[in-house]
Ligand binder design. Sequence first.
Ligand SMILES: Nc1ncnc2c1ncn2[C@@H]1O[C@H](COP(=O)(O)OP(=O)(O)OP(=O)(O)O)[C@@H](O)[C@H]1O
Length: 239
Amino acid sequence: MSVPLLEAENVTMRFGGVAAVQDVNLKLEEVELRCLIGPNGAGKSTFFKILTGQLRPTEGVVRFRGQDITGAHPHVIARLGVGIKTQVPNVFNGLTVREGIGIAAGRKKSLRHARQIVDETMELLQLSPIADRMVGQLAHGQRQWVEIATVLAQEPDLILLDEPAAGMTHEEVLRTAELIREINKKQALVVVEHDMQFIRMIAKTVTVFNRGKILIENQVEAVLADPGVRDVYLGKQAH
Ligand SMILES: Nc1ncnc2c1ncn2[C@@H]1O[C@H](COP(=O)(O)OP(=O)(O)OP(=O)(O)O)[C@@H](O)[C@H]1O
């Protein structure tokens, strides 16, 4: 059996008496796209923060290609090949789009290789027309794409995205869905998302969280047709 790209084993996170995440097991294969959904307070963000190293779980283990990364510092996790989309720091505001992506690309590469990555990434994200614009002057959606570009420029094997479509216009959401499918041709992604329309556009396998546990994990069509999933989204709790 091959080693999963990412694996969470019996992960539990307690805050005082509250178990935000309880005994969660999840496996992700190479180049897989996994969506994590669930109602408010279901534990998605907490689980996501455990994957990124922002939180150390009370119990359980997280492995990347078999290596224990439980509670490892986010930059250590990044160096292993996990890209996490975070807000582009404000210092980027005074840089052009090309310069910002260049900084992300240049971290561990030759200048020539970095330039090539910057060009390819800008092409993929259709940022070439705004390459010389200041990051600080971009609209919300464009800034989100620059953030994704800075992650891609580091050439990760796994990309973790928390609500990538939040605050976007309908056209931007469509473009972002297209982009995620494109990225997924080569790289694995875990996407936490609220927007069910967006999930319908991108999802293959979906893991549904409810009350800190996995309620169901299946292909998107089966998940969306599941009465238990409908109940938790409508506020009727499944027990
Ligand atoms: N730092 C914390 N301290 C105490 N309780 C917390 C903390 N973080 C999360 N919780 C609790 O853990 C539970 C799960 O929260 P979490 O934010 O992970 O859910 P979520 O599924 O991401 O929700 P949302 O979709 O609203 O972001 C909630 O009951 C929340 O109040």
